[in-house]
Design a binder for this molecule. Structure first.
Ligand code: ADE
Length: 262
């Protein structure tokens, strides 16, 4: 997979390319990465890339000529690549979109700055607009890094045998189960016994249960939008029965603070 990023701050990407899994993926040829300076495509002595907005108002707008020239130059090398503009107006990026992008041959990211990009570039040169959330960054660079990171780890062979994208939070529609490593006791809290038992089936069931509990407590919206497996249904029904038993066995005491009755 080829990633090209069009930006006026290409230096921001150097430490990103040079660490961790992104670096390993680039070294092994699973991905290739480049940050292209939009300024190199700007005419004139000062290589200006922005200008005042027609109609007045505050802020600056990215000029169309340098951006379009930069996109054309990069596209010549990556004709099948989609051209993604990072903007808070785009569709919200999630794990499903990461999966979809991970099977592309190449992606060209266009990082907006200032108030935005001249509309004629958006209409004539951009195939997708993506946002990483409902907040406004000072530019698209961090958003591009977030997307490249999430997409790269889904490319087959990028994560080693011990790291797996299949069990990630979200990939199965649930948050991931709890994790423990050594020491066995840390500041008075033990690792759950079942994880030391060596019973793989019991460990799998425990993991699924912690996954379900976390999703229920932290992201109930994910559970609502999901088709439950038979095993998941059984676990949830057992919790319901357990909770009902606890309530049934409680003696009624005290007053209801809202109604004043028992
Ligand atoms: N540029 C500015 N804010 C952004 C956001 N939330 N997502 C993507 N690109 C952006």
């Amino acid at each position: 997979m080829k990633f090209a990023v069009l930006t006026i701050f290409p230096e921001m990407f150097v430490p990103f390319w040079e660490h961790g899994i992104i670096r390993r993926a680039a070294e092994s040829g699973k991905i290739s990465v480049s940050a292209v300076n939009i300024r190199d495509f700007a005419e004139g002595r000062h290589h200006v890339t922005d200008d005042r907005p027609y109609g007045g108002g505050c802020g600056m707008v990215m000029k169309p000529e340098p951006l379009s020239a930069a996109i054309r130059a990069v596209k010549a090398d990556m004709p099948s690549a989609r051209t993604v503009l990072l903007t808070p107006q785009g569709r919200i990026f999630d794990q499903k979109t990461a999966c979809e992008l991970s099977s592309d041959e190449g992606i060209i990211f266009v990082c907006g700055r200032y108030e935005g990009v001249d509309e004629r570039v958006c209409q004539g040169f951009i195939s997708d607009e993506i946002s990483i959330g409902d907040y406004v960054l000072t530019g698209g660079e961090l958003a591009a890094m977030v997307i490249i990171d999430a997409v790269t780890r889904l490319i087959p062979g990028v994560l080693g045998g011990t790291e797996s994208a299949e069990k990630d939070s979200f990939s199965q529609g649930l948050l991931e189960h709890a994790h423990y490593t050594r020491p066995r006791t840390f500041e008075g809290t033990d690792v759950p016994e079942v994880l030391l038992s060596g019973h793989h089936k019991e460990i799998d069931t425990w993991r699924l249960e912690t996954s379900l509990i976390r999703t229920f407590l932290k992201r109930p919206d994910l559970l609502k939008n999901r088709t439950l497996s038979i095993q998941e249904r059984k676990i949830l029904k057992k919790w319901c029965a357990d909770i009902e038993n606890i309530i049934r066995d409680q003696p009624l005491c005290g007053t209801d603070p809202l109604s004043g009755s028992q």
